[in-house]
Write a protein that binds this ligand. Structure first.
Ligand code: NAP
Length: 320
């Protein structure tokens, strides 16, 4: 049974600064408040309109459009911006980090982020890269919710800029949010996520793009009969274009490796269809069905036909 996390009896950090008030950053800020993980939650976003919205939503103690101001005196800084701008943000804040501070991130790619952040961090500032494997296809500060990370995995990828204490502190934070924490190398992370997340998104973008280009099928027919499988792809393919552009630009090798394998398997599948290999198709579909059942059994998915994602529209009660 999935567990629900309780609020902590004492905060884990005095001051946590979160840079980027999008879906993930605003969910972390909400979660830090909801579970009592930080005494002071500082929200940083470059856009003054977003800062105003965050003030209205009221889930942070301090809100500022200046990343430099946000990180001053913070014990933990979490970068929640697209992978391609992690280095720019680190360059901006690097000199203003408190000695002993921990820098973490939530980027969906890890090798490129470690490379981008490391040069900007002074001796004595620790880096603990992280990737919460949780999300929805929505963006911005209104999309976040406090329980987004409950019963989801958070992968930590310690590097030579991590210390054991810093890894333990970041692990405790994600556990407080109700996440299960796993540790692996950045390279292994990038390979695993290429097949479980990045290539599936690429396939969704591709199939929705193909349908949009088909002249024989009118736009209205695509919409009308979308329940036949296409609709689920459109959900994935509506994910944030900036985030996903950056994922593919920064996890190129692993994505191309997995895409190569995918293409080989797709060619084998096409052959089965062409030659009427019903047994081959039936065997494969039986194995793939078992994989989905295994995912549901592990609590990483529900039976609901919406990918089990707890977005604001599907579970308004989850918003906090
Ligand atoms: P989002 O809702 O689109 O938010 C992106 C945030 O990054 C916004 O606050 C945006 O600021 C900020 N940003 C964009 N470009 C910037 C720049 N050049 N300088 C400073 N800030 C900039 O995206 P998200 O889904 O939260 O994704 C954030 C990170 O989480 C990404 O690295 C992504 O890989 C990772 N992630 C996403 C998911 C998911 O399912 N969405 C899951 C796990 C991890 P503005 O408010 O000014 O636009």
């Amino acid at each position: 049974m999935p567990r629900m996390a309780d609020a902590l009896s004492a905060p884990l950090f005095e001051r946590v600064a979160i840079i980027g008030m999008g879906l993930i950053g605003s969910s972390i800020a909400r979660a830090a408040k909801h579970y009592g993980a930080a005494s002071i939650v500082v929200a940083g976003d470059r856009d003054e309109a977003v800062c105003r919205r965050v003030r209205d939503l009221g889930f942070a103690d301090v809100v500022t459009h200046s990343a430099v101001e946000a990180v001053a005196e913070a014990d933990l800084v979490i970068l929640c911006v697209p992978v391609g701008v992690m280095g720019d943000v680190a360059a901006e804040i690097g000199a203003y980090l408190k000695p002993g501070a921990i820098v973490s991130d939530v980027g969906s790619v890890k090798n490129a982020v470690v490379e981008a952040l490391s040069p900007h961090l002074a001796e004595g500032v620790w880096l603990v890269p992280a990737h919460p494997v949780a999300g929805t296809e929505y963006s911005g500060p209104d999309a976040g919710f406090a329980v987004l990370f409950e019963n989801r995995w958070c992968i930590l990828t310690p590097c030579d800029r991590s210390s054991d204490d810093a890894v333990a502190a970041v692990t405790a934070l994600w556990r407080a949010f109700g996440s299960n924490v796993e540790t692996m190398t950045p390279t292994h992370h990038d390979l695993v996520l290429a097949i479980t997340s990045h290539v599936p998104h690429l396939i969704a973008y591709n199939i929705v793009g193909t349908a949009a280009h088909l002249e024989a099928v009118t736009q209205s027919e695509v919409m009308k009969f979308s329940a036949g499988g296409f609709r689920d792809f459109t959900r994935i393919a509506s994910s944030d274009p900036t985030m996903w552009r950056d994922v593919f630009l920064h996890n190129k090798e692993a994505v191309l490796e997995m895409l190569g394998r995918f293409n080989e398997d797709l060619a084998a599948l096409a052959k089965m269809v062409r030659w009427g290999d019903g047994d081959g198709l039936f065997d494969l579909f039986t194995r793939t069905r078992a994989i989905r059942r295994g995912i549901i059994a592990q609590g990483q998915e529900t039976q609901a036909p919406d990918f089990g994602r707890r977005g604001p529209t599907s579970d308004p009660a989850a918003k906090a």
